[in-house]
Design a protein around this ligand. Structure first.
Ligand code: ADP
Ligand code: MG
Length: 324
């Protein structure tokens, strides 16, 4: 089985995007400045729209990768961003340009960088700040899942902030591995980053919205401890840690972490996808509402249902006959 299915896997790709791909030279429209980040097939640079002075992030995606035409993959990424257009927690697609080697997505700029930096910083973020970011992430994921979209590459590098200090609001980026569920039967074999990916992905079992919920558990773990829960010395060890759900909840790692945080994480990092709470169910976990139930600083996009907000029913998958 190939480990990197990014380019070869065409199943489940959305074929059309509404955003026109401009072919006139980008240089006339944008001034491209410094690099913001890079991945395997993409470089992201800061750019300024000359007419408006507005700052954007330009994601340069190579049309050819390992000798194959990957234009369809890029169109798919654009189409997913379009489907998530009214999701305030997802970065907005402004326009698209084509150059000789790349298709360039002009994206809403998230000036605060990756929440990864918060995970590895010397000073841990206070828990009320962490729970605010987790709530926002859950809102974004909930809205994606409502549209039958799964992200499948959620990790601290793909959750950005609108501003850094103080931490602003989150923006989810990188929809290259995202898929729409139900379009083409079962979805398997989409491989994200081993450290952050759920056991069912490694085991070639069906992928569902619960696959993203595992990643929320990993992200929460990293924000509260500063450590990656499954990272091993090599890929093999990481795979083993994930598939055995080998997580360290020891006193050392969790000395300054609340019991509710541990409970939240433990409910998500479970092997059976059907036993993980949904994004909406997570929103009712008491950890996310400690001390701030009455003075919520930002308007909520989804509100916990009253009966569920006590936290009692949260652990068990809710019995909803319509789910069956
Ligand atoms: P890849 O598919 O190569 O991982 P991403 O879309 O994740 O590409 O972008 C790579 C990195 O570039 C991100 O982790 C982030 O640091 C930066 N980046 C991406 N989009 C934006 C944006 N809209 N604003 C600011 N930085 C961004
Ligand atoms: Mg990325």
């Amino acid at each position: 089985r190939r480990l990197d299915s990014r380019c070869g896997l065409s199943a489940g790709l959305l074929g059309e995007s509404q955003t026109p791909v401009h072919t006139e030279p980008m240089e006339g429209v944008y001034e491209v400045t410094g690099e913001l980040g890079r991945g395997k097939f993409a470089v992201v640079k800061r750019c300024v729209e000359k007419a408006s002075g507005k700052v954007f992030a330009a994601k340069f995606l190579r049309k050819r990768r390992r000798g194959r035409d990957c234009r369809a993959e890029v169109i798919h990424e654009m189409a997913v961003l379009e489907l998530a257009r009214n999701n305030a927690r997802v970065v907005n697609l402004h326009s698209a340009h084509e150059t000789d080697h790349d298709i360039v997505l002009i994206l809403e700029y998230a000036a605060g960088g990756e929440i990864f930096d918060l995970c590895v910083s010397e000073e841990m973020l206070p828990e009320p700040q962490i729970t605010r970011l987790i709530r926002q992430t859950l809102e974004g994921i909930h809205n994606l899942h409502q549209s039958n979209l799964v992200h499948l590459d959620l990790k601290p590098q793909n959750i950005l902030l609108t501003s850094q200090l103080p931490p602003g609001d989150i923006k989810i980026v990188d929809f290259g591995l995202a898929r729409r569920l139900g379009a083409v039967g079962e979805l398997r074999e989409i491989l994200g980053t081993p450290e952050y990916v759920a056991p069912e992905v490694l085991n070639y079992e069906p992928i569902t919205t619960a696959t993203d919920m595992w990643s929320v558990g990993v992200i929460a773990y990293m924000l509260v401890t500063g450590e990656s829960p499954f990272a091993g010395d090599d890929k093999q060890e990481t795979y083993l840690n994930v598939s055995q759900v080998n997580v360290d909840y020891s006193k050392e790692a969790f000395s300054k972490v609340s019991e509710l945080a541990v409970d939240f994480i433990q409910k998500l990092l479970v092997k059976a996808p059907e036993d993980r709470p949904t994004a909406a169910e997570c929103m009712t976990h008491p950890w996310l509402w400690q001390q701030q139930l009455c003075l919520s600083p930002e308007p909520m996009i989804i509100r916990p249902v009253r009966e569920r907000s006590c936290g009692v029913k949260w652990a068990a998958p809710l019995e909803d006959p319509e789910d069956k």
